[in-house]
Design a protein around this ligand. Structure first.
Ligand code: GDD
Ligand code: MG
Length: 359
């Protein structure tokens, strides 16, 4: 059995998170509050629970934010190091860039935006059983086109790697966890942009490396899009996806101790309410992520939406399937729906927007 204490974890957290704008204009995607913790904290807690303690974060966009929050990791019982890319190096370049920090022969690399329950020790076990150079966690999804498609043979050997193809030959995809033999990382070209998906994996296949898949049917979700982000957060709150940070605290809603929720408020569907947020009487919040310092006035209804820090939602407003950026002010009785995104700081006056079929 691979000893997790002799395994390095590397987490890729340098992406721009463009699909989550405006939330990611000033905050890196892995730091967005998810079930009231920065998303990355859930992943770090899973890594720690598996017995891995040395973690290297490959950062670029807003690099300083990670170290300000997690420091040396000792509060979580981890040893966290940071490697900053001045210019983003891509997923492969980022992995190569942390090489000098690695201490062990076995290196577990994580995409920093995947919410999952997979048994990390089982992935390490497959890596060892197959005596693999590289082992990749794979899951089956309904629509593989947005991911890396990875056919394998009966023995689990990877046959091909097709990043974001319109015509995927299988529904089995790259779930964003890789176990590398350390020497292979040294072979990734240094000092330039490299995509691990488009350049490194195909080259390893051409070179006949021992490249295996570890397939399971564990909970899995890429948090890169708003609908996945809200569902992922609500699945954590309800315990459908697990996190060591929430053990014993799951239910219909998760409300920070410092938040104020008036009588008669309905909080449903795995809603999370962050620090210092206030929810007024008669409001109903369903399946939504409410960041810190948000004010939701009486009678407002919020469903399947992400409400960033400092936002005010006016009385009797209705917000459904929306992303409301930091500090935005939504006037009373506004109705916002259908994937609308309100940019940070924008003010919409009372009755300012209305989607109504009863007009
Ligand atoms: N350090 C660093 N530098 N990190 C990066 C960079 C970079 O230049 N570019 C992306 N990342 C990080 C992102 O922050 C994210 O955590 C991870 O790498 C993956 O990037 P995404 O932008 O989220 O990629 P994706 O979701 O489109 O596709 C990837 O993940 C899928 C699974 O979730 C691919 O690996 C697919 O093959 C895979 O199926
Ligand atoms: Mg992603």
């Amino acid at each position: 059995m691979v000893n997790p204490a002799q395994t390095d974890a590397v987490i890729l957290v340098g992406g721009r998170g463009t699909r989550l704008r405006p939330l990611t204009n000033n905050t890196p995607k892995p730091m967005l509050p998810t079930a009231n913790y920065p998303f990355l904290q859930h992943l770090l807690a899973r890594i720690k629970a598996a017995g891995i303690t040395h973690v290297v974060l490959g950062t670029s966009f807003k690099a300083e934010v990670f170290e300000e929050y997690f420091g040396d990791g000792s509060e979580m019982g981890l040893e966290i190091e940071y490697v900053v890319e001045e210019e983003a190096l891509g997923t492969g370049g980022a992995i190569r860039n942390v090489y000098e920090k690695l201490r062990n022969e076995t290196v577990m690399v994580f995409n920093g935006d995947v919410l999952g329950d997979t048994d990390l020790l089982a992935v390490l076990g497959t890596h060892q059983d197959k005596n693999a150079d590289l082992t990749m966690h794979l899951v089956r999804v309904q629509d593989p086109r947005a991911f890396g498609c990875v056919p394998t043979d009966a023995d689990g050997k990877v046959l091909d790697f097709l990043e974001k193809t319109e015509d995927p030959p299988t529904d089995q995809i790259n779930a964003g966890i890789y176990v590398f033999r350390r020497e292979l990382i040294a072979e990734i070209p240094a000092g330039r942009v490299v995509s691990v998906e488009r350049e490194v994996f195909p080259r390893f296949l051409e070179d006949g490396r021992r490249f295996y898949g570890h397939v399971d049917s564990s909970y899995w979700r890429d948090m890169g899009r708003p609908d996945d982000f809200v569902h992922g957060s609500s699945d954590l709150v309800r315990g459908i996806a697990s996190s060591p940070l929430l053990d014993g605290r799951t239910g219909e809603a998760l409300v920070d101790d410092s938040a104020g929720v008036a009588a008669g408020v309905l909080l449903l569907g795995g809603t999370a309410v962050g620090r210092g947020s206030e929810v007024g009487a008669g409001a109903r919040i369903d399946g939504s992520v409410i960041f810190d310092g948000v004010t939701i006035e009486p009678g407002a209804r919020v469903k399947d939406s992400i409400i960033a820090s400092g936002v005010r939602i006016g009385a009797n407003a209705r917000i459904e399937n929306c992303v409301i950026g930091e500090g935005a002010q939504i006037g009373a009785r506004c109705e916002l729906m259908g994937g609308m995104r309100v940019w940070s700081g924008v003010s919409i006056p009372d009755n300012g927007v209305r989607f109504s079929s009863d007009a």
